[in-house]
Design a protein. Structure first.
Length: 384
């Protein structure tokens, strides 16, 4: 759990230093004053990047040379302190755990497990396949070190194969030499891509029913379902979750697709092209679902993420709630709150624009106001 957060030159914070009670904290303030920035700074300590997709250079406060975020933790966290800093001029990022700088940034990934909920999560459903791939990759990488390593190795090989394909396309793609420069990266891609695809298939197999149940519990009357759609390396039945079988399938597929890809200049199959399609009553939720239905499905995905990280680390992760009920009707909001309470969250950071927006379940938490990047006195409810 988080006991203290210091953020220097992060977004609109010159220096933010706040003690976090064991149960959590509510931050109240108008939009644009820094509520979400606080949550983002906390999440940065888990993801080592902005959960809003911003570049590190854009997270540094305007005019400052660098930013630094530091957290003091308490049990059941594995560390006492975590810090991450980024220097604009050198473009260097550093992470320390208990004061020891990590030689590899990935050693600090997930050191402060957290899950964030916000209205922007609707992009998980309404957005393109890349949004859902990133959801799977972040969740599985934070809960499985082998997955993280496979993902890194696959992306490195994919980058080099695509570079070779672009060169081959520019040069006409003819002859044995361009093909050899492309094919040399395929064994690594097949091996690590096979592991990634098998792990994603296993997650969907193990959690599809729970996703449907969560969507129903939130209030969806029609059946909401998810499946995994592979662009290559596809197998049948139990082989879908067999990494070796997926590797063999990718090996064949890469060889078969190579002539076409030499002409196109890009790798067209592999887990970087896969999707996690969601359906509503058998129809594409992205196309046919209402805004409320898409929002509910996105919350169900976040609840799955919460359970996955809880099982992986042995305790509930920190909950970062960025006005998560703003676009839900009262009935669905109440049911989501009940599900969050049932998940046994150990600590909650909630950001809302008005004191009246604080759900009854969180009125017990300490409340602070946020204005122009500075935390003020404890917020209170307006008299009725």
């Amino acid at each position: 759990m988080l006991s203290r957060l210091i953020a220097s030159d992060y977004r609109n914070f010159t220096r933010l230093d706040v003690d976090i009670p064991a149960a959590g904290l509510v931050v109240v303030g108008e939009n644009g004053h820094g509520k979400t920035n606080l949550l983002e700074a906390v999440a940065y300590l888990a993801l080592l990047r902005s959960f809003r997709g911003a570049r590190d250079a854009d997270v540094v406060r305007f005019g400052a040379p660098a930013f630094h975020v530091r957290a003091t933790l308490m049990r059941p966290s594995a560390y006492d302190t975590i810090s991450v800093g980024y220097e604009r001029s050198s473009r260097r990022k550093r992470a320390t755990l208990d004061g020891v700088e990590q030689p590899r940034l990935t050693s600090a990934l997930g050191a402060l497990p957290s899950v964030q909920f916000s209205p922007a999560d609707v992009a998980l459903v309404a957005g393109g396949p890349g949004e859902r791939r990133r959801y799977l990759d972040v969740m599985l990488a934070l809960s499985s070190r082998p997955y993280l390593q496979a993902l890194q190795q696959y992306r490195a090989a994919l980058l080099r194969r695509n570079a070779a394909l672009r060169i081959a396309q520019r040069d006409g793609g003819r002859g044995a030499e361009p093909e050899a420069r492309v094919s040399v990266w395929e064994p690594a891609m097949a091996e690590h891509g096979g592991f990634i695809a098998a792990a994603r298939h296993a997650f969907v197999r193990d959690h599809a029913a729970r996703f449907t149940q969560l969507s129903a519990a939130i209030g969806e009357r029609h059946t909401v379902a998810m499946k995994y759609a592979a662009s290559g390396g596809e197998q049948a039945g139990d082989l879908l979750t067999d990494a070796r079988a997926q590797t063999e399938a990718y090996t064949r597929t890469f060889a078969q697709q190579r002539p076409h890809e030499l002409r196109r200049g890009v790798t067209l199959v592999g887990p970087h092209r896969d999707d996690l399609p969601l359906s509503l009553g058998g129809r594409d939720l992205r196309t046919f679902g209402s805004a409320g239905q898409q929002r509910s499905a996105a919350i169900a995905l976040r609840l799955l993420e919460l359970a996955t990280l809880r099982d992986a680390v042995g305790h509930p992760p920190l909950l970062l709630l960025d006005d998560p009920f703003a676009e839900l009707d009262l009935g669905r909001a109440a049911r989501v709150l009940s599900l969050l309470e049932g998940a046994g969250a150990s600590q909650v950071l909630l950001a809302v624009p008005r004191v009246e927006d604080i759900p009854a379940a969180f009125t017990r938490l300490e409340q602070r106001s946020m204005h122009d990047g500075m935390l003020g006195v404890t917020a209170t409810r307006e008299p009725a």
